[in-house]
Design a protein around this ligand. Structure first.
Ligand SMILES: Cc1ncc(COP(=O)(O)O)c(C=O)c1O
Length: 397
């Protein structure tokens, strides 16, 4: 499957030809690519409101402000996430507090209960890391019982469904990423989605909607009235998305469901091969979720660092890049390496041990079944031969 960039190119060139690169350089929302993208997003995801920004990290930061996070507040987050996520908490002058994940890489409910008891934290920033969604019904009951305000990091979860609906609807707001390694490629970009009008209007203003530019958003009269009242009452951080980005993203929306089908078929083919190995553990997706698997994670069942190094190097020599979260000194998803967070030693050892031998690979859209099988067979053979100390067989295709 080819990404339909031809249409993206035409769209971007059109924006350049019209010299309308700024989202508010128009009179009505229909003439702003960014406002149109927001409108497309509400239709696609079923959320009432969408606010486009320059990144998902900006959207997460703003969702924390809208949830009421104030300087010094403790915000819980799963220990398996990306460096930008605790950074957005620090951006809000709040304190990140880690919670372990379980063997399937979703938040561990037992650890959440313990951390909540101990820290008395009132906020949870939930990353659906790599599109893996926890049991959201259970989680929501827990949050409601303890009055924990939930915001969702859906950077990897566009197209991931929970109970048949786009994941992200349990929290105050959900933030999606359009950075190149995600489901839609805008280079950079993020969209905050919410069903709460107050959150939507505040997000617009925080993102940099100034003066009467609210009239260039798709809003009801009630929304316009609130925006008009709140203008100049909140800081404008200027995280706006450019019309160029929106023009590149919009045509891709039409292809989203086809992309997901292809990714999921490839994922099934990939893990069916790896699952045959006694040295590999494939995690499960939570019952009730429909994944959108543009990446694959699996555990290499050894704690021998040298063996893992050998596997990575052998694969590299065969042209396959496999990263192991806890292995590289610089990996941005190894929480114990985030020096700026000052987490105490021994924190979330369960997650650390899991990440030390968890492999991660991007499943590229351009790969067909044959290529997926070839790569999976090489990985299988390399891991199997290194860990069983036998000579590798040649994988021929
Ligand atoms: C889990 C997770 N959350 C948030 C982000 C931030 O997204 P963005 O790059 O759009 O700021 C990323 C980026 O890769 C991510 O992996």
């Amino acid at each position: 499957m080819k990404i339909i960039f031809d249409e993206c190119i035409d769209n971007v060139v059109n924006v350049l030809n019209k010299e309308k690169l700024f989202r508010y350089d128009c009179k009505i929302p229909e003439d702003s690519e960014v406002s149109c993208l927001e409108n497309d997003f509400t239709k696609l995801t079923g959320f009432k409101y969408a606010v486009a920004m320059n990144s998902c990290s900006s959207a997460i930061f703003i969702s924390l402000l809208c949830a009421g996070v104030r300087p010094g507040d403790k915000v819980m987050l799963p220990a398996f996430t990306f460096i930008a996520v605790p950074s957005s908490i620090i951006h809000a002058n709040a304190v990140p507090v880690l919670v372990d994940v379980d063997d399937n890489y979703v938040i561990d409910m037992g650890s959440l209960a313990e951390v909540y008891e101990k820290e008395n934290a009132n906020f949870l920033l939930l990353s659906h890391m790599r599109g893996r969604v926890a049991n959201m019904d259970e989680l929501l009951i827990f949050c409601n019982t303890h009055d924990i305000k939930l915001v969702e990091d859906c950077a990897h979860s566009l197209g991931v469904l929970w109970n048949g609906r786009q994941a992200g609807y349990h929290g105050i707001a959900a933030s999606f990423s359009m950075q190149s390694y995600k489901m839609l490629d805008g280079g950079e970009g993020g969209v905050l989605c919410t069903n709460d009008m107050d959150v939507a209007i505040k997000s617009m203003l925080y993102a940099g909607c100034y003066e009467t530019n609210w009239s260039k958003h798709y809003l009801t009269e009630e929304g316009q009235k609130l925006a008009n009242e709140l203008v100049n009452q909140l800081p404008a951080y200027n995280f706006r998305m450019s019309n160029l980005t929106a023009a590149a993203i919009r045509p891709q929306l039409k292809q989203l469901e086809d992309r997901i089908q292809k990714y999921n078929n490839n994922y099934d083919c990939f893990i069916n091969i790896l699952d045959e190995s006694p040295y590999i553990r494939i995690p499960q997706f939570t019952t009730g979720s429909r994944p959108a698997s543009d990446t694959c994670q699996f555990q290499i069942l050894t704690d021998n660092k040298e063996k893992i190094r050998e596997i990575i190097q052998n694969l590299e020599a065969q042209g396959i890049t496999l990263s192991v979260f806890g292995f590289s000194e610089k990996n941005a998803r190894a929480f114990w390496r985030w020096g700026f967070c000052n987490f105490p030693e021994g924190k979330c050892n369960k997650t650390k041990n899991l990440l030390l031998n968890t492999a991660d690979i991007r499943l590229r859209l351009a790969w067909d079944k044959r290529e997926i099988s070839r790569i999976a067979n090489i990985i299988f053979e390399t891991i199997d031969s290194v860990l069983s100390r036998r000579a590798p067989k040649v994988v021929s295709f």
